[in-house]
Each structure stands twice: as C-alpha cells, then as structure tokens.
Design a protein around this ligand. Structure first.
Ligand code: AHM
Ligand code: MG
Length: 339
C-alpha cells in the first residue's frame, strides 16, 4: 500500500545523491529524464487505437524484426528526451543499428544509455503489458566520439538499470546498486511515487516462465529441468509447479520481483546461429542487475550474465533469472551436461 505521504522519484534520487552519495547530479538528471520519457510512452501506449499508434511501422530493425509504430515512436521519445541534457556521451537502442551520437550542438556528458524502447511489442496490438528497459554505463574516458566499442562493457559495470512496465498501472522500477525500488505513476499528479522499496525475490518458487512451444528445439539439460517441473508431485521434485508466460520480459520479470519465479529464454536448435533470443546489453544485463539487487540470480545457463564480456552491440544471450534456488538448479543441470 502507498504510504500516506509517498516519496516521489525526484526526492528519492536527490536523497541517493545528497545523503547516500551513490549517484552524481548527472546520473540523477539522466534517470529523471528517462522516467519522464517513460511517462510519455505510457501515455502513447494507453491511447491505443485512439492515438493511431497500433500496428506495423512498415520498417525493420537491425535484427530483422518488423517494427511496430510504437517501437519507433518510443525510440524517438527516448532519443529526443535524452539528447540535449548534457549528461550523455551516446545512446544505443534495440531499434537502431548503430549507437546514436549526441549532436554537436549539445554538451556531452560521461554516461552511456542503452535501451529497449518497447519490450514485448508483439503484445501492443492485443492490449497486454509492454515496457521499456534501460541500462546506464560510464563512457570510457578515451572514447571521444563513442562508437559501438564504448558500449561493450560487462554488466557488472552498469551504474544504474531499470524498466517501466505499462500494465494495469505504470510502474518504474530502478536500481542504482542499492536495492530495487518501484515507483507507481500517479496519473493525476504526473509523478512517479515510491510504492515498494527494497523488493526481494524469494529464494524458492513454484512458478516458472518459459515459451513451452520451443520444447522440441531445446538442449537436453533444458528439457530435463522443465520435464521435472511438469512431472509435478509424482516426479523427482515431489511438488506441483505452475506456469506463466506473458511474452513481455518486463511483465514476466515484474511478476517474479513481486512474488518470485524463474524466467527462462534458453538457447535452442531452431536457429543454432543465435545463442538465445534476448539481447545482452539492453535486456539481459539490466534485468540481471535488478534481479541480483533483489537477491535473485541470473545466468546464461552456465555463467553469471553480469560477467559476460559483450562482443557486439546487439549480441544475444540465453537468460535464466529469478528465484535463486531454481536458477541455481537449472544452471547446474547445464554445467553437468557440459562436463
Ligand atoms: P522484443 O524486444 O522484440 O519485444 O522481443 C523480446 C520479447 C521478450 O519481451 C519476451 O520475453 C520474448 O520476446 C517473447 O518471445 P516469444 O515470442 O518467442 O515467446
Ligand atoms: Mg525486448
């Protein structure tokens, strides 16, 4: 339940800067600007058919995916909001082939912002939750005009990560390395208000999230883990498990932060050239930081996601995240199979 005098995101960030010394003024401004852009995206998303924003944009992104009108619009909103503040050295996004430099007419800052402007966009037209995911890195000091290389940093180097979920309410979830905090958008006031601080993911869970239709394409350890869950009370786990799959990573992760669970998007044999579907820099890394900050665990089935050294801006990775004991088990099955 919200407190009687809820803390605004603005005040929370100011306290993180002034009292805790955890963020500087530029990072505070950056997060505020991202949150403001998320408010705009939330408004555009909520208008739905009335805003003329549903449907295909008629273009494709670098990953060969058809872009929705709202993918393109959300990307533009985030670019426009972040270009001029003087806090960023460059931006990169799922929807752009290459990093976007800060135009010369604006001052440059020391941070890099990388984002998925509208995650789960296959759900837009059917009115199911979508979201924005973002990650903040420091720009290497020797990168005068930061290119792709500047972004290729392990997730452990993130200074902030978060997402906004546009669901039955709009919630902005943030970590600056000091726990995970959720702010609900008060639409009358137009501000994000702290509604959950220090979110914790339970170590154990009876709920899993995976796209089961890919079962036949999975590797053996993946099938072993899920088949054991499906066997329920009569199987080796001796209990029943429940399944949820929203097909919006933000929504699945938000549920896991709220009540626990394991989310898996494994690599599979459908397209062996792709090591998973989700992207390391703007989906897996920010979510892994959030999940770890909430006491959970995030791996690619073998390694800790945050330790992976990226080689490409749009690199894909397998993702196992959520309640620690289940992620540990699924990861162990994969490691054992590799021995
Ligand atoms: P997107 O960024 O193009 O929306 O793709 C990522 C989404 C995730 O939000 C979600 O977990 C996954 O793709 C769903 O994939 P699938 O349709 O294969 O179940
Ligand atoms: Mg996405």
């Amino acid at each position: 339940m919200p407190r009687t005098r809820p803390i605004s995101l603005t005040r929370f960030l100011l306290e993180q800067q002034r009292d805790k010394g955890r963020i500087d003024a530029d990072l505070r401004l950056l997060i505020e600007v991202v949150a403001r852009a998320c408010k705009q995206i939330s408004i555009a998303t909520a208008k739905g058919a009335l805003g003329g924003v549903l449907g295909e944009a008629g273009t494709g992104n670098v990953q060969g995916e058809a872009q929705k009108k709202l993918d393109v619009l959300s990307n533009e909103i985030l670019l426009e909001a972040n270009e001029w503040g003087g806090h960023l050295a460059a931006l990169a996004s799922e929807e752009m082939d290459h990093p976007h430099p800060i135009p010369h007419r604006y001052p440059k800052g020391e941070y890099l912002l990388v984002f998925d402007p509208l995650d789960g966009s296959s759900n837009i037209d059917v009115n199911i939750s979508v979201g924005t995911i973002f990650s903040v890195l420091r720009c290497p000091t020797d990168a005068v005009d930061p290119d792709e290389q500047a972004f290729l940093q392990a997730g452990t180097r993130q200074v902030a990560a978060g997402y906004a979920i546009y669901g039955s309410s709009t919630v902005f979830v943030l970590t600056v390395g000091d726990g995970v905090h959720a702010f609900t958008l008060d639409r009358e006031q137009g501000s994000f208000l702290l509604t959950r601080s220090d979110m914790r993911i339970p170590e154990d869970t009876g709920e899993f999230a995976i796209n089961m239709s890919n079962h036949r394409h999975w590797e053996a350890p993946m099938r072993r883990y899920i088949d054991e869950l499906l066997a329920g009370k009569d199987g080796p786990r001796g209990r029943d498990f429940n399944m949820r799959w929203v097909a919006s990573m933000v929504a699945d992760v938000h549920r896991i932060l709220t009540r626990g669970g394991i989310f898996i998007y494994p690599r599979d044999r459908k397209d062996p050239s792709k090591p998973g579907k989700l992207r390391l820099l703007y989906e897996a890394n920010p979510m892994a930081m959030i999940v770890e900050q909430a006491g959970g665990m995030a791996t690619d089935g073998r390694l800790r996601i945050l330790d992976i050294q990226p080689e490409k801006l749009h690199e894909r990775v397998a993702v196992f995240l959520g309640s620690r004991n289940e992620v540990e088990r699924a990861t162990r099955y994969h490691r054992e199979a590799a021995e």
